[in-house]
Design a protein around this ligand. Structure first.
Ligand code: ASP
Length: 438
């Protein structure tokens, strides 16, 4: 029998009506055995996510403010869901315990994690599934990093004991027993960890959009959706700013070769986007899978005559960055020039020091910094098979009057990255999208 792990985001569990929808999705397929919920999200535009309310409680206690009134709002949200579902379930003891812990300055992560914990309890009760507390199956190491090995071992053993279960997302436990969360949006990671431990056939990630779009809908109107994308393509796009799935959620399932299906809770019949490790499906029509980009980069330009023959030049330059704890994004080089692209924020307050150190280390003729660079990534596995893709990218940009300041095509040929002026960013995305997607 197939096993599917299903994760539901906060907007999919914002109120009782969504709980009903989620339950009907789960019950529609007996393979949906393990369920990972987020905390209740926004019910309407100006609403507040429960996770944010819990962070606020934590700050209020820290500032010695009284949380009685504010905590009531959290209580009302959960009790409202329980009442609307007609559940005979009393969580007042849990709510009281959490309030007390908050007032006694339990940690910030503990506070935030209770959103998922309570939602998990309610969902388990509503579905008639077992509840597995994430603090017993997800582990972090002393240094705060995720303990993949221990988690996978303990979680797999635990899952075997349950026919069907709910495991709350977002948190786990430190070696000293305190609760720790992943970064925001981290329930996606929990879902992926559970999928790996369950040796699932599929990890379904249910959210409020029908999968990934080919471009940011805030910039391109009604972009086409992506049917299938490989993990590697997705890495490139999410690194460049495309969101929907937490970046770190890819790794656990990628190891285990489990596909992820991004689905829409409000339109379950939509196919959504399938994320796979490899595929023979090439899009010969569109060639590209997606476009994404970010503003806010700077270029450090280094010039020195006869640079190309100088052994150790690159190492010395990169050592300066390392000493200043700056990671670089790209390194396009010419014969006597080398350019390093870094995020402008990483360079903040270190600019003069970096320029002077590089000048000194390699006896450069000149070292200058230019700001306001945007990077655009054109990503697609089908590019390897198609001729003239780069030419089409550059032509479309030049026809739109955009000046290209940098080009980088990795040897894997799944992406082309171009650097342009910040102010040309939207225009560039538009030009490229229109060239490839008709
Ligand atoms: N509730 C957490 C957040 O708002 C985690 C999640 O939803 O994935 O970030």
């Amino acid at each position: 029998m197939q096993i599917k792990v299903v994760k539901f985001g906060g907007s999919s569990l914002a109120d009782a009506q969504h709980f009903r929808q989620v339950a009907s999705i789960i019950k529609a397929d007996p393979a949906r055995k393990f369920v990972v919920p987020s905390a209740p999200g926004k019910r309407f535009g100006s609403d507040t996510k429960v996770t944010d309310m819990l962070y606020t409680c934590y700050s209020m206690v820290k500032n010695r403010e009284n949380i009685d009134e504010y905590y009531k709002l959290i209580t009302e949200r959960y009790n409202g869901i329980i009442a609307d579902l007609g559940l005979n379930f009393d969580i007042s003891g849990e709510l009281e315990y959490i309030k007390n812990a908050l007032q006694h300055r339990s940690g910030r992560d503990f506070a935030a994690s209770r959103g998922e914990y309570l939602n998990g309890l309610i969902l388990a009760k509503y579905l008639g599934y077992d509840f597995i507390d994430a603090e017993n199956v997800i582990f972090f190491k002393e240094n705060g990093s995720f303990d993949e090995e221990l988690t996978n071992k303990v979680m797999s053993e635990e899952l075997k004991k349950h026919e069907r279960a709910v495991i709350p997302g977002f948190y786990g436990v430190m070696p000293n027993g305190t609760i720790k969360t992943f970064s925001r949006g981290g329930s996606d990671i929990t879902g992926s960890i559970v999928a790996r431990a369950a040796s699932a056939d599929l990890y379904e990630n249910w959210t409020d959009v029908s999968g990934f779009m080919m471009a940011d809908p805030r910039i391109i109107k009604n972009p086409a959706s992506i049917k299938t994308i490989t993990y590697r393509e997705l890495r490139e796009l999410s690194y460049m700013g495309a969101t929907v799935l937490h970046e770190d959620a890819i790794f656990p399932v990628r190891y285990a070769n489990i596909p992820i299906n991004i689905k829409n809770t409000n339109a379950p019949e939509d196919a959504g986007t399938m994320i796979v490790s490899e595929t023979n499906e090439y899009d010969t029509d569109r060639i590209i899978t997606g476009i994404a980009g970010k503003k806010g980069f700077s270029v450090i330009n280094i010039e020195k005559d006869m640079m190309n023959g100088e052994i150790g030049f690159g190492r010395k330059v990169l050592e300066v960055l390392e000493d200043n704890e700056i990671s670089f994004e790209h390194l396009p080089s010419g014969i006597d020039t080398m350019s390093i692209i870094v995020s402008s924020t990483a360079l903040e307050n270190k600019r003069d020091k970096v320029v002077n150190s590089i000048t000194r280390m390699v006896k450069a003729d000149s070292v200058t910094v230019e700001d306001n660079l945007a990077l655009v990534a054109i990503v697609g596995r089908s590019m390897v098979k198609a001729k003239g893709t780069a030419a089409r990218v550059f032509d479309s940009m030049s026809n739109a009057g955009i000046n290209i300041r940098m080009i980088d095509q990795g040897s894997s040929e799944i992406s082309i990255i171009v650097g342009i002026e910040d102010h040309d960013f939207e225009k560039a995305l538009d030009a490229i999208y229109n060239e490839f997607v008709k």
